[in-house]
Design a protein around this ligand. Sequence first.
Ligand code: FES
Ligand code: FE2
Length: 448
Amino acid sequence: MKTNHKPNFRKMVEPDRVRKEVYTDEEIFRHEMERIHETVWIYCGHESQVKNAGDYVTVQIGRQPMIMVRGKDRKINVLYNRCPHRGNMICGDMKGNTGDQFRCSYHAWTFHHDGRLKNIPMMESGYKGTRLTKDSPELCMKRAARVEAYRGFVFASLAKDGPTLKEFLGEAIVAFDDMCDRAPEGEVEIVPNCFRVIQHSNWKLFMENQIDALHPSVTHQSTGRAAHEVEKQLAKKAKSGEAPLSYHMLSAFATVTIDKWDNFQTINYPYGHCILTGYMGLRPQDPDTLAYDKVMIKAYGRKRFEEIVGVNIHHVLVYPGLSVQSPLQQLRAVRPLGVDRTLTEIWHFRLKGAPEAIYRRSLAYYNLVNSPATLINADDLENFWKCHTGLSSDGGDWVSFARHHGRDIENKGVVSSAPNMGTSEAPMRNQMKAWAKYMSGAAQEGSR
Ligand code: FES
Ligand SMILES: [Fe+2]
């Protein structure tokens, strides 16, 4: 049944807690899609996914099915995946090459790569005397209001007005710089397939979890401990006295204990973005890394090289839909499907010009930590479902974000967790602050 209640969003968010309905109410979800996901800059994909004219991928922005396509003029367009005739989706596949034109499978209307109508079968006789002429704008596929790319990463906004992509990203732009700068050629290339995972929870639980520095040593402890046992045995047997690096990717979840996670720091920005510092892999001195260092020093010189590999990042969160692990070339895009269903796409990238072993390392992390097949991901997925189920119950009305509340350091709108308080819930408080602003229409006056 449709109700006309207009939730008071500001009342739902207090500085250190939020109402449970923020996660479970269908009406709120609908508003979120309109005011946040279908307004702000959302990541569509990487330019290397559409190298040739006619290459396309389909992508969801809020509730809107979209197509990212490369035109003959090399420009990348983002279009609504909808035929202006009777609404048929133009592309039913996730990716492909559409040739010189899009052709609707229903009545064969055709379109240029930028969405302009090309032809309608027997247009002259069929539409003579009607409201439609060949120049009618309603005969074109609708375009996303704005499309911009930064270092190969393509974003679209469905709102005509609002900050530019660079203004929106602000300091979080470091995610893309850090990823690309680590390539000897200064660019990355996407590995063209991703993992897709649907979690049975609201999308915000994923965004909160990504920079929740307290949970890894609890939620993932058993996985980390098991890997650490094997790592120790392998190290004993190895000539070098060390197990392969990939074991460390998992064992760190047990060896980096809760108190150590407090040494990390979160820096929280307007629009809800967040940087979690303290990359746990540090800088290994194995032969593969040394070979990579050599190529990098040749490309950039030692001084710049040290700056590049010295960037101290674990995660960068671009609110509301992107989590980037730049030092390991991983990216997760969040696509809300419903109030209690969320799709995440897990992508990884190659550093152009880097030795193959460095790509293998990124792939190992992708498979061991971020894949749906790993226990790490399974641990998180279970929490997401359990959280959403608990929040849907009558067992309580509020979600608490009180950890270290009042002790964060604020400077010109940027909120940092205090030293040795890396497990502060500052990122969640900051996300909800941005959420309340968006929902009340104060953050971005966009119109579609
Ligand atoms: S619905 Fe596309 S041509 Fe008719
Ligand atoms: Fe986790």
